[in-house]
Design a protein around this ligand. Structure first.
Ligand code: FAD
Length: 468
Protein backbone atom coordinates (compact mmCIF):
# COMPACT_ATOMS: atom_id res chain seq x y z
CA UNK A 1 0.00 0.00 0.00
CA UNK A 2 0.97 3.63 -0.47
CA UNK A 3 0.75 6.84 1.55
CA UNK A 4 0.09 10.16 -0.13
CA UNK A 5 2.59 12.76 1.06
CA UNK A 6 0.80 16.04 0.42
CA UNK A 7 3.48 18.70 -0.13
CA UNK A 8 2.52 22.30 0.60
CA UNK A 9 4.87 24.86 2.18
CA UNK A 10 7.44 22.16 3.01
CA UNK A 11 9.19 21.79 -0.34
CA UNK A 12 12.15 19.68 0.78
CA UNK A 13 13.15 16.04 1.35
CA UNK A 14 15.37 16.35 4.42
CA UNK A 15 13.77 16.83 7.85
CA UNK A 16 10.32 16.15 6.45
CA UNK A 17 8.09 14.63 9.16
CA UNK A 18 5.24 13.66 6.81
CA UNK A 19 7.58 11.85 4.43
CA UNK A 20 9.35 10.17 7.34
CA UNK A 21 5.99 9.03 8.73
CA UNK A 22 5.16 7.27 5.45
CA UNK A 23 8.54 5.54 5.36
CA UNK A 24 8.33 4.53 9.00
CA UNK A 25 4.90 3.01 8.45
CA UNK A 26 6.34 0.94 5.59
CA UNK A 27 4.07 2.69 3.05
CA UNK A 28 5.32 3.72 -0.39
CA UNK A 29 5.23 7.53 -0.52
CA UNK A 30 3.34 9.17 -3.40
CA UNK A 31 4.47 12.83 -3.49
CA UNK A 32 1.48 15.02 -4.34
CA UNK A 33 1.10 18.75 -4.91
CA UNK A 34 -2.34 20.34 -5.36
CA UNK A 35 -2.75 23.85 -6.72
CA UNK A 36 -5.83 25.29 -4.97
CA UNK A 37 -5.38 29.03 -4.36
CA UNK A 38 -9.15 29.51 -4.11
CA UNK A 39 -9.03 27.60 -0.81
CA UNK A 40 -6.78 30.20 0.82
CA UNK A 41 -9.45 32.79 1.62
CA UNK A 42 -8.55 36.46 1.25
CA UNK A 43 -4.83 35.71 1.23
CA UNK A 44 -4.18 33.50 -1.78
CA UNK A 45 -0.48 33.62 -2.69
CA UNK A 46 0.71 36.75 -4.48
CA UNK A 47 2.45 37.00 -7.82
CA UNK A 48 6.04 36.96 -6.51
CA UNK A 49 5.25 33.95 -4.29
CA UNK A 50 3.84 32.11 -7.29
CA UNK A 51 6.97 32.81 -9.31
CA UNK A 52 9.10 31.39 -6.49
CA UNK A 53 6.81 28.41 -5.93
CA UNK A 54 7.07 27.41 -9.58
CA UNK A 55 10.83 27.10 -9.31
CA UNK A 56 10.75 25.49 -5.91
CA UNK A 57 8.32 22.83 -7.11
CA UNK A 58 10.54 22.18 -10.13
CA UNK A 59 13.53 21.78 -7.80
CA UNK A 60 11.60 19.39 -5.56
CA UNK A 61 10.53 17.35 -8.58
CA UNK A 62 14.18 17.14 -9.71
CA UNK A 63 15.26 15.94 -6.25
CA UNK A 64 12.50 13.31 -6.27
CA UNK A 65 13.44 12.12 -9.77
CA UNK A 66 17.05 11.62 -8.71
CA UNK A 67 15.66 9.13 -6.22
CA UNK A 68 13.39 7.28 -8.61
CA UNK A 69 10.17 9.13 -7.73
CA UNK A 70 8.60 12.38 -8.93
CA UNK A 71 6.08 15.02 -7.94
CA UNK A 72 2.48 14.33 -8.99
CA UNK A 73 0.88 17.72 -9.66
CA UNK A 74 -2.85 18.46 -9.66
CA UNK A 75 -5.13 21.49 -9.76
CA UNK A 76 -8.59 21.71 -8.21
CA UNK A 77 -10.30 20.87 -4.93
CA UNK A 78 -7.83 19.48 -2.41
CA UNK A 79 -10.18 17.03 -0.72
CA UNK A 80 -11.60 15.59 -3.95
CA UNK A 81 -8.10 15.30 -5.41
CA UNK A 82 -6.66 13.55 -2.36
CA UNK A 83 -9.60 11.14 -2.25
CA UNK A 84 -9.30 10.23 -5.91
CA UNK A 85 -5.50 9.91 -5.88
CA UNK A 86 -5.78 7.75 -2.76
CA UNK A 87 -8.28 5.50 -4.53
CA UNK A 88 -6.25 5.18 -7.71
CA UNK A 89 -2.93 4.46 -5.96
CA UNK A 90 -4.33 2.18 -3.27
CA UNK A 91 -3.33 4.52 -0.46
CA UNK A 92 -3.84 3.60 3.17
CA UNK A 93 -2.84 7.02 4.49
CA UNK A 94 -2.45 10.71 3.72
CA UNK A 95 0.29 12.61 5.56
CA UNK A 96 1.15 16.32 5.49
CA UNK A 97 2.94 19.01 7.45
CA UNK A 98 0.80 21.69 9.04
CA UNK A 99 0.27 25.22 7.78
CA UNK A 100 -1.07 27.78 10.20
CA UNK A 101 -2.85 30.37 8.06
CA UNK A 102 -6.41 30.50 9.45
CA UNK A 103 -8.19 29.60 6.18
CA UNK A 104 -5.81 26.72 5.52
CA UNK A 105 -5.99 25.46 9.08
CA UNK A 106 -9.80 25.28 8.88
CA UNK A 107 -9.70 23.60 5.52
CA UNK A 108 -7.17 21.02 6.67
CA UNK A 109 -9.19 20.15 9.77
CA UNK A 110 -12.18 19.48 7.56
CA UNK A 111 -10.10 17.43 5.10
CA UNK A 112 -8.63 15.30 7.85
CA UNK A 113 -12.11 14.50 9.16
CA UNK A 114 -13.43 13.63 5.70
CA UNK A 115 -10.43 11.46 4.81
CA UNK A 116 -10.82 9.54 8.05
CA UNK A 117 -14.46 8.96 7.20
CA UNK A 118 -13.26 7.40 3.97
CA UNK A 119 -11.27 4.95 6.08
CA UNK A 120 -7.87 6.54 5.44
CA UNK A 121 -5.26 7.30 8.04
CA UNK A 122 -4.91 11.10 7.86
CA UNK A 123 -2.26 12.82 9.95
CA UNK A 124 -0.62 16.22 10.11
CA UNK A 125 2.84 16.97 11.53
CA UNK A 126 4.90 19.98 12.51
CA UNK A 127 7.24 20.73 9.63
CA UNK A 128 7.73 24.47 9.85
CA UNK A 129 8.29 25.67 13.41
CA UNK A 130 10.55 25.14 16.39
CA UNK A 131 7.44 25.35 18.59
CA UNK A 132 3.88 24.57 17.61
CA UNK A 133 1.87 27.80 18.00
CA UNK A 134 -0.09 26.41 20.94
CA UNK A 135 2.89 24.88 22.74
CA UNK A 136 4.04 27.91 24.74
CA UNK A 137 1.83 29.88 27.08
CA UNK A 138 2.15 32.39 29.90
CA UNK A 139 2.08 31.27 33.52
CA UNK A 140 -1.59 32.22 33.57
CA UNK A 141 -2.18 29.91 30.61
CA UNK A 142 -2.75 32.74 28.12
CA UNK A 143 -1.14 33.36 24.75
CA UNK A 144 1.90 35.64 24.79
CA UNK A 145 1.40 39.21 23.64
CA UNK A 146 4.96 40.34 24.26
CA UNK A 147 7.98 38.92 22.49
CA UNK A 148 10.65 38.91 25.22
CA UNK A 149 8.84 36.61 27.69
CA UNK A 150 7.72 34.46 24.76
CA UNK A 151 11.31 33.98 23.69
CA UNK A 152 12.45 33.34 27.24
CA UNK A 153 9.87 30.57 27.55
CA UNK A 154 10.96 29.23 24.17
CA UNK A 155 14.61 29.02 25.18
CA UNK A 156 13.64 27.21 28.37
CA UNK A 157 11.57 24.68 26.43
CA UNK A 158 14.26 24.34 23.73
CA UNK A 159 14.28 20.83 22.30
CA UNK A 160 14.69 20.81 18.51
CA UNK A 161 14.18 17.46 16.77
CA UNK A 162 17.16 15.56 15.36
CA UNK A 163 18.13 16.03 11.71
CA UNK A 164 16.92 13.54 9.11
CA UNK A 165 18.70 13.02 5.80
CA UNK A 166 16.73 12.82 2.57
CA UNK A 167 15.85 9.24 1.63
CA UNK A 168 18.33 7.71 -0.88
CA UNK A 169 15.71 6.02 -2.92
CA UNK A 170 11.94 6.33 -3.32
CA UNK A 171 9.56 4.00 -5.17
CA UNK A 172 8.51 4.82 -8.73
CA UNK A 173 4.79 5.32 -9.38
CA UNK A 174 2.79 5.06 -12.59
CA UNK A 175 1.13 8.25 -13.77
CA UNK A 176 -2.00 9.01 -11.78
CA UNK A 177 -5.27 10.01 -13.54
CA UNK A 178 -5.84 13.77 -13.46
CA UNK A 179 -2.17 14.80 -13.21
CA UNK A 180 -1.16 18.04 -14.91
CA UNK A 181 2.21 19.50 -15.90
CA UNK A 182 3.73 22.02 -13.51
CA UNK A 183 3.75 24.60 -16.31
CA UNK A 184 -0.04 24.24 -16.63
CA UNK A 185 -0.54 25.78 -13.17
CA UNK A 186 0.27 29.20 -14.59
CA UNK A 187 2.49 30.16 -11.66
CA UNK A 188 5.07 31.87 -13.83
CA UNK A 189 4.31 35.50 -14.59
CA UNK A 190 3.43 36.71 -18.07
CA UNK A 191 5.21 38.84 -19.16
CA UNK A 192 8.33 37.60 -17.36
CA UNK A 193 8.80 40.55 -14.99
CA UNK A 194 10.51 38.19 -12.54
CA UNK A 195 13.63 37.75 -14.70
CA UNK A 196 15.58 40.14 -12.49
CA UNK A 197 14.88 37.99 -9.41
CA UNK A 198 16.90 34.96 -10.36
CA UNK A 199 20.34 36.52 -10.28
CA UNK A 200 19.74 36.80 -6.54
CA UNK A 201 17.98 33.59 -5.60
CA UNK A 202 18.09 29.82 -6.03
CA UNK A 203 14.67 28.50 -4.97
CA UNK A 204 14.64 24.96 -3.60
CA UNK A 205 16.31 22.85 -0.97
CA UNK A 206 19.80 23.17 -2.43
CA UNK A 207 19.50 26.95 -2.69
CA UNK A 208 18.40 27.06 0.94
CA UNK A 209 21.39 24.99 2.05
CA UNK A 210 23.76 27.24 0.09
CA UNK A 211 22.23 30.39 1.61
CA UNK A 212 22.64 28.99 5.13
CA UNK A 213 26.22 27.96 4.48
CA UNK A 214 27.11 31.34 2.97
CA UNK A 215 25.61 33.06 5.99
CA UNK A 216 27.53 30.88 8.46
CA UNK A 217 30.78 31.28 6.54
CA UNK A 218 30.80 35.00 5.99
CA UNK A 219 28.04 36.90 7.79
CA UNK A 220 27.17 35.28 11.10
CA UNK A 221 30.22 36.67 12.92
CA UNK A 222 29.02 40.26 12.38
CA UNK A 223 25.27 39.63 12.40
CA UNK A 224 24.18 41.68 15.42
CA UNK A 225 25.78 44.86 14.07
CA UNK A 226 25.50 44.11 10.39
CA UNK A 227 21.85 43.13 10.32
CA UNK A 228 20.75 46.75 10.39
CA UNK A 229 22.86 47.83 7.43
CA UNK A 230 21.06 47.59 4.10
CA UNK A 231 24.20 48.78 2.32
CA UNK A 232 26.15 45.76 3.45
CA UNK A 233 23.82 42.77 2.86
CA UNK A 234 24.80 40.96 6.05
CA UNK A 235 21.59 39.07 6.82
CA UNK A 236 20.94 35.45 5.85
CA UNK A 237 18.27 36.00 3.17
CA UNK A 238 16.75 32.73 4.32
CA UNK A 239 13.23 34.16 4.57
CA UNK A 240 11.76 32.79 1.30
CA UNK A 241 13.47 29.45 1.90
CA UNK A 242 11.94 29.27 5.37
CA UNK A 243 8.54 30.38 4.13
CA UNK A 244 8.41 27.64 1.50
CA UNK A 245 9.82 25.09 3.90
CA UNK A 246 12.90 24.45 1.78
CA UNK A 247 14.81 24.19 5.03
CA UNK A 248 13.53 23.33 8.50
CA UNK A 249 14.11 26.01 11.14
CA UNK A 250 15.55 23.36 13.45
CA UNK A 251 18.17 22.52 10.81
CA UNK A 252 19.10 26.21 10.70
CA UNK A 253 19.34 26.31 14.49
CA UNK A 254 21.32 23.07 14.72
CA UNK A 255 23.84 23.95 12.01
CA UNK A 256 24.32 27.29 13.68
CA UNK A 257 25.15 25.58 16.96
CA UNK A 258 28.42 24.39 15.55
CA UNK A 259 29.43 27.82 14.26
CA UNK A 260 30.17 31.42 15.11
CA UNK A 261 30.45 33.42 18.36
CA UNK A 262 27.68 32.64 20.89
CA UNK A 263 26.40 36.23 21.03
CA UNK A 264 25.99 36.37 17.29
CA UNK A 265 24.24 33.02 17.27
CA UNK A 266 21.88 34.20 19.97
CA UNK A 267 21.11 37.39 18.03
CA UNK A 268 20.26 35.39 14.93
CA UNK A 269 18.18 32.81 16.81
CA UNK A 270 16.22 35.66 18.32
CA UNK A 271 15.15 36.70 14.81
CA UNK A 272 14.04 33.16 14.13
CA UNK A 273 12.19 33.64 17.41
CA UNK A 274 10.22 36.52 15.89
CA UNK A 275 9.08 34.15 13.19
CA UNK A 276 7.91 31.72 15.87
CA UNK A 277 6.20 34.54 17.75
CA UNK A 278 4.42 35.72 14.59
CA UNK A 279 2.95 32.24 14.11
CA UNK A 280 1.93 32.08 17.75
CA UNK A 281 0.15 35.43 17.41
CA UNK A 282 -1.56 34.47 14.16
CA UNK A 283 -2.82 31.27 15.72
CA UNK A 284 -4.29 32.98 18.77
CA UNK A 285 -5.42 36.18 17.05
CA UNK A 286 -6.41 35.01 13.57
CA UNK A 287 -8.04 38.35 12.67
CA UNK A 288 -4.70 40.21 12.75
CA UNK A 289 -3.85 39.96 9.01
CA UNK A 290 -6.98 42.03 8.37
CA UNK A 291 -7.80 44.03 11.49
CA UNK A 292 -5.99 45.94 14.21
CA UNK A 293 -4.84 43.83 17.13
CA UNK A 294 -5.41 46.87 19.32
CA UNK A 295 -9.07 47.90 18.82
CA UNK A 296 -8.33 51.40 20.03
CA UNK A 297 -6.99 52.09 16.55
CA UNK A 298 -10.31 51.16 14.94
CA UNK A 299 -11.24 54.85 15.33
CA UNK A 300 -7.97 56.19 13.97
CA UNK A 301 -8.38 58.74 11.20
CA UNK A 302 -6.42 57.37 8.29
CA UNK A 303 -6.06 59.73 5.34
CA UNK A 304 -8.64 59.58 2.54
CA UNK A 305 -7.49 56.94 0.05
CA UNK A 306 -5.32 58.59 -2.59
CA UNK A 307 -4.43 56.25 -5.43
CA UNK A 308 -1.65 58.50 -6.74
CA UNK A 309 0.16 58.64 -3.39
CA UNK A 310 -0.16 54.89 -2.89
CA UNK A 311 1.15 54.31 -6.39
CA UNK A 312 4.13 56.60 -5.81
CA UNK A 313 5.00 54.57 -2.73
CA UNK A 314 4.52 51.22 -4.46
CA UNK A 315 6.75 52.11 -7.37
CA UNK A 316 9.45 53.97 -5.44
CA UNK A 317 8.68 57.49 -6.66
CA UNK A 318 8.03 59.31 -3.38
CA UNK A 319 11.05 61.61 -3.62
CA UNK A 320 12.32 60.25 -0.29
CA UNK A 321 15.49 58.39 -1.27
CA UNK A 322 15.68 55.58 1.28
CA UNK A 323 11.98 54.84 0.81
CA UNK A 324 12.32 54.73 -2.96
CA UNK A 325 15.45 52.60 -2.76
CA UNK A 326 13.59 50.03 -0.64
CA UNK A 327 10.48 49.95 -2.80
CA UNK A 328 12.58 49.56 -5.95
CA UNK A 329 14.68 46.81 -4.35
CA UNK A 330 11.40 45.01 -3.60
CA UNK A 331 10.11 45.45 -7.14
CA UNK A 332 13.35 44.27 -8.72
CA UNK A 333 14.36 41.40 -6.43
CA UNK A 334 11.18 40.34 -4.57
CA UNK A 335 12.83 41.13 -1.22
CA UNK A 336 13.67 44.14 0.94
CA UNK A 337 16.05 44.54 3.83
CA UNK A 338 14.31 44.46 7.24
CA UNK A 339 15.49 47.91 8.34
CA UNK A 340 14.14 49.39 5.13
CA UNK A 341 10.85 47.47 5.48
CA UNK A 342 10.40 49.32 8.76
CA UNK A 343 11.24 52.67 7.18
CA UNK A 344 8.90 52.30 4.19
CA UNK A 345 6.11 51.00 6.44
CA UNK A 346 6.48 53.94 8.81
CA UNK A 347 6.45 56.34 5.86
CA UNK A 348 3.25 54.80 4.49
CA UNK A 349 1.34 54.57 7.76
CA UNK A 350 2.54 57.79 9.36
CA UNK A 351 3.81 60.31 6.81
CA UNK A 352 1.15 59.34 4.26
CA UNK A 353 -1.21 58.07 6.97
CA UNK A 354 -2.41 55.31 4.64
CA UNK A 355 -3.87 52.26 6.41
CA UNK A 356 -1.29 49.52 7.02
CA UNK A 357 -3.58 47.05 5.22
CA UNK A 358 -2.66 48.63 1.87
CA UNK A 359 1.00 48.19 2.61
CA UNK A 360 0.56 44.61 3.81
CA UNK A 361 -1.37 43.79 0.63
CA UNK A 362 1.37 45.20 -1.60
CA UNK A 363 4.06 43.31 0.29
CA UNK A 364 1.99 40.14 0.10
CA UNK A 365 1.88 40.43 -3.67
CA UNK A 366 5.49 41.46 -4.30
CA UNK A 367 7.65 39.71 -1.68
CA UNK A 368 9.10 36.28 -2.45
CA UNK A 369 9.05 35.69 1.32
CA UNK A 370 5.42 36.90 1.72
CA UNK A 371 4.19 35.17 4.85
CA UNK A 372 0.82 35.86 6.41
CA UNK A 373 2.10 35.62 9.99
CA UNK A 374 5.34 37.60 9.59
CA UNK A 375 3.83 40.22 7.31
CA UNK A 376 0.84 40.96 9.56
CA UNK A 377 3.09 41.14 12.60
CA UNK A 378 5.58 43.41 10.82
CA UNK A 379 2.97 45.85 9.55
CA UNK A 380 1.05 46.06 12.80
CA UNK A 381 4.31 46.45 14.70
CA UNK A 382 5.37 49.47 12.67
CA UNK A 383 1.86 50.96 12.52
CA UNK A 384 1.65 50.76 16.31
CA UNK A 385 -1.60 48.79 16.17
CA UNK A 386 -0.23 45.32 16.93
CA UNK A 387 1.02 43.05 19.71
CA UNK A 388 4.19 44.30 21.36
CA UNK A 389 4.19 47.10 18.78
CA UNK A 390 6.36 50.17 18.51
CA UNK A 391 4.34 53.05 19.98
CA UNK A 392 2.47 54.99 17.29
CA UNK A 393 4.28 58.22 18.11
CA UNK A 394 7.58 56.63 17.12
CA UNK A 395 7.69 58.02 13.59
CA UNK A 396 10.87 57.05 11.76
CA UNK A 397 12.63 60.02 10.17
CA UNK A 398 13.67 58.49 6.85
CA UNK A 399 16.51 60.95 6.34
CA UNK A 400 18.07 60.27 9.75
CA UNK A 401 17.49 56.55 9.35
CA UNK A 402 19.28 56.62 6.01
CA UNK A 403 22.19 58.62 7.44
CA UNK A 404 22.58 56.12 10.24
CA UNK A 405 22.12 52.81 8.42
CA UNK A 406 23.33 53.70 4.90
CA UNK A 407 25.96 56.28 5.82
CA UNK A 408 27.61 56.57 2.40
CA UNK A 409 24.31 56.39 0.52
CA UNK A 410 25.51 53.25 -1.23
CA UNK A 411 22.22 51.41 -0.86
CA UNK A 412 20.40 54.47 -2.17
CA UNK A 413 22.75 54.78 -5.13
CA UNK A 414 22.31 51.10 -5.98
CA UNK A 415 18.53 51.37 -6.32
CA UNK A 416 18.00 55.02 -7.23
CA UNK A 417 20.37 55.68 -10.12
CA UNK A 418 19.09 59.27 -10.46
CA UNK A 419 21.02 60.07 -7.25
CA UNK A 420 24.34 58.46 -8.12
CA UNK A 421 25.79 61.76 -9.29
CA UNK A 422 25.34 63.37 -5.86
CA UNK A 423 28.04 63.39 -3.21
CA UNK A 424 27.52 60.48 -0.81
CA UNK A 425 26.00 62.47 2.04
CA UNK A 426 23.62 64.43 -0.17
CA UNK A 427 21.95 61.24 -1.38
CA UNK A 428 19.96 61.02 1.85
CA UNK A 429 18.20 64.34 1.23
CA UNK A 430 18.86 65.74 -2.26
CA UNK A 431 16.85 68.91 -1.51
CA UNK A 432 19.60 69.92 0.86
CA UNK A 433 22.28 69.59 -1.81
CA UNK A 434 21.72 73.07 -3.24
CA UNK A 435 20.92 74.03 -6.83
CA UNK A 436 23.98 72.39 -8.37
CA UNK A 437 23.27 69.15 -6.56
CA UNK A 438 19.64 69.18 -7.54
CA UNK A 439 20.50 69.70 -11.18
CA UNK A 440 22.43 66.43 -11.01
CA UNK A 441 19.42 64.40 -9.89
CA UNK A 442 18.05 63.76 -13.38
CA UNK A 443 14.36 64.26 -12.81
CA UNK A 444 14.18 62.55 -9.43
CA UNK A 445 10.77 63.59 -7.97
CA UNK A 446 10.23 66.18 -5.26
CA UNK A 447 9.09 64.62 -2.00
CA UNK A 448 5.35 63.86 -2.20
CA UNK A 449 4.91 65.02 1.40
CA UNK A 450 6.68 67.33 3.78
CA UNK A 451 8.26 65.01 6.33
CA UNK A 452 7.95 67.42 9.27
CA UNK A 453 4.37 68.53 8.62
CA UNK A 454 3.10 65.05 7.92
CA UNK A 455 4.73 63.79 11.09
CA UNK A 456 2.92 66.48 13.08
CA UNK A 457 -0.37 65.64 11.37
CA UNK A 458 0.08 61.99 12.28
CA UNK A 459 0.81 62.82 15.89
CA UNK A 460 -2.23 65.10 16.01
CA UNK A 461 -4.43 62.31 14.67
CA UNK A 462 -3.00 60.03 17.34
CA UNK A 463 -3.67 62.63 20.05
CA UNK A 464 -7.32 62.88 18.95
CA UNK A 465 -7.53 59.14 19.42
CA UNK A 466 -6.12 59.37 22.90
CA UNK A 467 -8.73 61.92 23.85
CA UNK A 468 -11.58 59.53 23.16
P1 FAD B 1 17.59 37.48 8.87
O1 FAD B 1 17.93 38.72 9.59
O2 FAD B 1 18.72 36.67 8.34
O3 FAD B 1 16.69 36.61 9.86
C1 FAD B 1 16.59 35.18 9.78
C2 FAD B 1 15.15 34.75 9.70
O4 FAD B 1 14.43 35.14 10.85
C3 FAD B 1 14.40 35.37 8.53
O5 FAD B 1 14.63 34.65 7.34
C4 FAD B 1 12.95 35.28 9.00
O6 FAD B 1 12.42 34.00 8.76
C5 FAD B 1 13.10 35.48 10.50
N1 FAD B 1 12.86 36.89 10.83
C6 FAD B 1 13.77 37.87 10.88
N2 FAD B 1 13.20 39.03 11.28
C7 FAD B 1 11.90 38.77 11.47
C8 FAD B 1 10.79 39.55 11.88
N3 FAD B 1 10.90 40.84 12.20
N4 FAD B 1 9.57 38.95 11.96
C9 FAD B 1 9.43 37.65 11.66
N5 FAD B 1 10.44 36.86 11.27
C10 FAD B 1 11.66 37.41 11.18
N6 FAD B 1 9.29 38.41 6.96
C11 FAD B 1 8.84 37.39 6.20
O7 FAD B 1 9.41 36.30 6.22
N7 FAD B 1 7.72 37.54 5.41
C12 FAD B 1 7.03 38.72 5.35
O8 FAD B 1 6.02 38.80 4.64
C13 FAD B 1 7.51 39.81 6.12
N8 FAD B 1 6.90 41.03 6.07
C14 FAD B 1 7.39 42.07 6.84
C15 FAD B 1 6.73 43.30 6.80
C16 FAD B 1 7.21 44.39 7.54
C17 FAD B 1 6.49 45.72 7.49
C18 FAD B 1 8.35 44.22 8.35
C19 FAD B 1 8.87 45.36 9.16
C20 FAD B 1 8.99 42.99 8.42
C21 FAD B 1 8.53 41.90 7.66
N9 FAD B 1 9.18 40.65 7.70
C22 FAD B 1 8.68 39.61 6.94
C23 FAD B 1 10.28 40.38 8.65
C24 FAD B 1 11.70 40.61 8.13
O9 FAD B 1 11.81 41.84 7.48
C25 FAD B 1 12.19 39.50 7.18
O10 FAD B 1 11.93 38.23 7.73
C26 FAD B 1 13.69 39.63 6.92
O11 FAD B 1 13.99 40.87 6.35
C27 FAD B 1 14.15 38.52 6.01
O12 FAD B 1 15.49 38.66 5.65
P2 FAD B 1 16.58 37.63 6.15
O13 FAD B 1 16.13 36.24 5.86
O14 FAD B 1 17.88 38.03 5.56
O15 FAD B 1 16.56 37.88 7.71
Amino acid sequence: PTALVWFRDDLRLRDHPALQAALKAGLAPVPVYIHAPHEEGAWAPGAASDAWRHRSLAALDAELRQRGSRLHVFAGESLATLASVAASTGAAAVFWNRRHEPAIDQRDTRIRRELRQLGLRAEAFNGSLLFEPWQLETRAGDPFRVFTPFWKAALQAWNPPGLQPAPDHLPTMDPVPGEVALAALGLQPVPRWDNTFWDEWIPGEQGAALALQAFIDSKLHTYSEGRDRPDRALTSRLSPHLHFGEIAPWRVATQLDAAGPPDERAAFLRQLGWREFAHHVLRHFPHTPDDNFNPRFDDFQWAQPDAALLRAWQRGNTGVPIVDAGMRELWTTGWMHNRVRMIVASFLTKNLRIHWRHGARWFHDTLVDADLANNALGWQWVAGTGVDAAPYFRVFNPVLQARKFDPQGEYIARWVPELRGLPARARHAPREAGAAGLAATQGYPHPIVDLGESRNDALAAFARLKGR
